[in-house]
Design a binder for this molecule. Structure first.
Ligand SMILES: *Cc1c(COP(=O)(O)O)cnc(C)c1O
Length: 366
């Protein structure tokens, strides 16, 4: 701690300088987060001091969280779904597996079956919950092989996990097949739609991945990714409205007597941000945004392929991957575990940026 504090001017000069050290979104092609929509920012600022960890003090904000769950449940074909706002996909995934583990606490050595493409948050979840993680190989299109998943099921299996919009290749796992396997073996099924949940419902031909499939018990979706909300905004949804109550613990000195959340203090601001943007854009607005991102994805793939840079996959959502090991320095891209160039076509990645990138990639080999 400083003995005597800075003046506001000194402080904000310093902060402005630090902000300039951050990268310009103009060159960020690797992130699943994006610039928050101005409407989300405005709503966020109004609710800055609210704490959903003590909802009796903030009933207005708490009702916004209920509305957010209702909007997302409706989008996923179950308006009465249960759920709550999390800090993101990681917390949603941990809580889903925690819920299944508690509901099957008679098992001594429980395991969960996940695709090899699963986000690393499942590793954290299995570590914390002492679950055996059984990875299932992918098919040639980088999707979970459902037959191989079924082969992994045994008496200690509590759940299957499918990914709707994989982090690395933008693929949607065969959730319909997983749903059938889950029902046949009486297993829980968690769908990780952290990224794809705000994309798939708005595609011209949506993939089946949500509560319309009878085997799906829980869904993770992140408004702070394609929902264009402020960070941190995630959501965990459950088929039964009060399923999460199995996680309740006593909270003696709060306005509520019990809670099932992982965090205690929870920000209301990003919940307001997430709801604001849903209600501002509506289905039509999201369809337009998603159509633009998908068009940009197709353009990037076509553009690089004219230079002989081949796609690694034909993605289901706006993530493009390539057999390529070099890009001009100033662009921030990422690389998959298999070494493919990976670009996420977020709303801030406008067409002119894509054209500039394609042109520079062409000049690289010239
Ligand atoms: C981003 C992502 C996560 C993790 O979400 P965080 O918000 O970073 O915790 C989990 N699963 C998938 C499929 C993701 O794309």
């Amino acid at each position: 701690m400083l003995n005597k504090g800075f003046s506001e001017e000194e402080l904000f000069t310093f902060f402005a300088q630090k902000k300039r050290e951050d990268l310009d979104h103009k060159y960020i092609l690797s992130s699943m987060c994006t610039l928050p929509h101005p409407v989300a920012v405005q709503a966020h600022c109004i609710f800055m001091e609210t704490n959903l960890g003590d909802p009796g003090l903030f009933p207005g904000t708490a009702s916004l969280e209920k509305l957010l769950v209702r909007r997302l449940g409706t989008l996923f074909h179950l308006p009465d779904a249960g759920g709550y706002a999390t800090g993101g996909g990681t917390e949603s995934n941990i809580q889903a597996l925690r819920l299944f583990r508690v509901l099957r606490n008679e098992l001594e050595y429980p395991n969960v079956i996940v695709p090899e493409s699963a986000h690393f948050s499942f590793k954290k979840a299995c570590d914390i919950l002492d679950l055996e993680m059984r990875p299932v190989p992918l098919d040639p299109d980088f999707r979970m092989d459902a037959d191989r998943a079924a082969e992994q099921v045994d008496d200690n299996t509590i759940a299957l996990v499918g990914i709707a919009g994989t982090t690395e290749y933008g693929m949607v796992d065969p959730i319909e097949k997983l749903s059938k396997i889950a029902v046949a073996h009486d297993l829980f099924l968690h769908v990780d739609a952290a990224f794809g949940g705000m994309v798939i419902p708005f595609l011209d031909r949506p993939f089946p991945f949500d509560f319309a499939l009878p085997g799906v018990n829980t869904i993770a979706v992140d408004p702070h990714k394609m929902g264009m909300s402020t960070i941190p905004a995630g959501c965990l949804l459950t088929r039964e409205p009060d399923m999460l109550h199995a996680l309740n613990i006593d909270t003696p000195y709060l306005t509520v007597k019990q809670e099932f959340t992982l965090s205690g203090t929870r920000p209301g601001a990003p919940v307001a941000g997430a709801l604001a943007i849903l209600d501002y854009l509506g289905v039509e607005g999201f369809k337009a945004t998603i159509a633009g991102c998908m068009k940009n994805t197709a353009r990037l793939i076509a553009g690089l392929e004219t230079f002989g840079i081949k796609r690694a996959a034909t993605p289901n959502v706006n993530v493009a991957t390539f057999v390529c090991d070099k890009v001009p320095d100033k662009w921030r891209v990422s690389w998959t575990r298999q070494g493919h160039l990976r670009i996420v076509l977020m709303p801030h990645v406008h067409r002119d940026r894509i054209e500039a990138f394609i042109q520079e990639m062409g000049e690289l080999d010239a």
